[in-house]
Write a protein that binds this ligand. Structure first.
Ligand code: HEC
Length: 150
C-alpha cells in the first residue's frame, strides 16, 4: 500500500462528513425559516380574516373625494394607512372586505355608529355628524387601498 494513501483518504472522508453536516444544518435552518414564515402568514390571516368575494369597479373621483374627507375628519387620530395603531390599518381593513356595495354600506354604518369587536377590543367612537353618503365615500377610499402595494 502506498504510504500516502491513508492520510489522503481520511482527509477526504473528513471533508465529506463536514459537507454532510453543513447540508443537514442548512436544510434544517431552511425548514425552520419556512415554518416561521408559514406561522406568520397564518397569524396575519387570523387577524385579517378575509371575506371571499369579487371586487366591483370603483370610480376614481370617489376614491379621491374619500381621501380628502378622511383627511378633514378625525380618522387619522386612530388609523394609519399601513400600520396598526389604536384602530386597524386602512390597508388591513381593505384586505378583509371585498369592494362591494353591501360591505361599503355596512362599514359606512359602522363609521357612523362606532363599535368594537371586529378587530379586537379597542373601540371606534361614533361619528354622528358624518353623513351616510360621506361615510360611504370614505370607506370606498379605504377599500381601494387593497390594490396598492405595501
Ligand atoms: C377613537 C379612535 C378611532 C377614530 C377617531 C376612528 N376610528 Fe375607525 N376604528 C377604530 C377602531 C378601534 C376600530 C376597530 C373596531 C372593531 O374592532 O370593531 C375601527 C374600525 C374601523 C373600520 C372597520 C370596521 C369593521 O367593522 O371592520 C373602518 C372602515 C373605520 N374604522 C373607518 C374609520 C373612519 C372613516 C374614521 C373617520 C371618520 C374612523 N374610522 C375614525 C378607531 C377609530
Amino acid at each position: 500500500m502506498n504510504k500516502n494513501t491513508l492520510p489522503t483518504n481520511r482527509k477526504t472522508s473528513e471533508i465529506l462528513w463536514l459537507l454532510g453536516f453543513a447540508c443537514l444544518f442548512f436544510s434544517c435552518e431552511k425548514a425552520e425559516e419556512n415554518a416561521l414564515a408559514q406561522e406568520k402568514r397564518s397569524r396575519v390571516q387570523d387577524y385579517i380574516r378575509p371575506i371571499p368575494g369579487e371586487d366591483e369597479e370603483i370610480a376614481e373621483d370617489q376614491i379621491k373625494l374619500g381621501e380628502v374627507l378622511i383627511a378633514y375628519s378625525d380618522c387619522y387620530d386612530c388609523h394609519t394607512r399601513e400600520n396598526r395603531a389604536k384602530g386597524p390599518s386602512f390597508q388591513d381593513i381593505s384586505k378583509r372586505y371585498p369592494i362591494r356595495q353591501v360591505y361599503i354600506d355596512l362599514l359606512a354604518r359602522k363609521v357612523i355608529s362606532g363599535g368594537t369587536g371586529s378587530w379586537g377590543y379597542p373601540i371606534m367612537n361614533p361619528h354622528p355628524n358624518v353623513t351616510f353618503e360621506d361615510a360611504q365615500t370614505m370607506v370606498t377610499f379605504i377599500l381601494s387601498l387593497k390594490h396598492q402595494k405595501n
